[in-house]
Design a protein around this ligand. Structure first.
Ligand code: ADP
Ligand code: 5GP
Length: 190
């Protein structure tokens, strides 16, 4: 039987780089294809295998600035030397049509969304330990050492802010974290 999404409250997922947000979101979407994941705009260069319009909209800094100036982003922030933002119109459309929306964004963006989309449920994904976080980010092998260091420094601030969130999930065992996420989002597999 098809999975059933019982409520359409927007959900924001935040957590330090390397904690497993992308992995959790990918699993969640396999199990709940009705969920719509916002595709962010970014000035970061694509990683190997990343596709424009699927993983991100990859923009020049100039184009990103235009989006900011024209009010095209619901929120935006700088993270580890690049800009990231959530296109406003696709979100508004999905919410207007009652489609459940998922945003995977960093801390400053989540803070902005608390003002612009106060009905959103905000979940913080934490690692079992800082050492494990560092191991995961290194094992992923997508960043140079300098970028890893920036992300780990940023992770300290993000970890300190977890109490601001509606709920915290510790991503230790992936299956348990996924089950917790489904429960918090009130997603049912029938
Ligand atoms: P993020 O999107 O938060 O930056 P990723 O989803 O890219 O993080 O995960 C970072 C790395 O950690 C990946 O190599 C992923 O396979 C691994 N990972 C994710 N969740 C777990 C987990 N629960 N246990 C062990 N490794 C994990
Ligand atoms: P990455 O470069 O690893 O894909 O993403 C770096 C960080 O940017 C992650 O914490 C991710 O959640 C965040 N991010 C991705 N898209 C957005 C966005 O649209 N807005 C904000 N504020 N952060 C984002």
């Amino acid at each position: 039987m098809a999975p059933d999404v019982s409520i359409a409250r927007p959900t924001v997922l935040t957590g330090p780089s390397g904690v497993g947000k992308g992995t959790l979101v990918a699993r969640l979407r396999e199990r709940h294809p009705e969920l719509w994941l916002s595709i962010s705009a970014t000035t970061r260069a694509p990683r190997s295998g990343e596709v424009n319009g699927i993983h991100y909209f990859f923009h020049s800094q100039e184009r990103f600035n235009e989006l900011v100036q024209s009010g095209g982003l619901l929120e935006w922030a700088e993270f580890a030397g690049n800009c990231y933002g959530t296109p406003r119109q696709p979100i508004d459309e999905r919410i207007g049509n009652g489609i459940p929306v998922l945003l995977e964004i960093e801390l400053e963006g989540a803070r902005q969304v608390r003002r612009s989309l106060p009905e959103a449920f905000q979940i913080f994904v934490a690692p079992p330990s800082f050492k494990e976080l560092e191991q995961r980010i290194r094992c992923r092998g997508t960043e140079e050492e300098e970028a890893i260091q920036r992300r780990l420094r940023r992770a300290q601030d993000e970890m300190a802010a977890q109490e601001e969130f509606d709920a915290v999930i510790v991503n230790d065992d992936l299956e348990s974290a996924l089950a917790e996420l489904e429960q918090l989002m009130r997603l049912h597999v029938s």
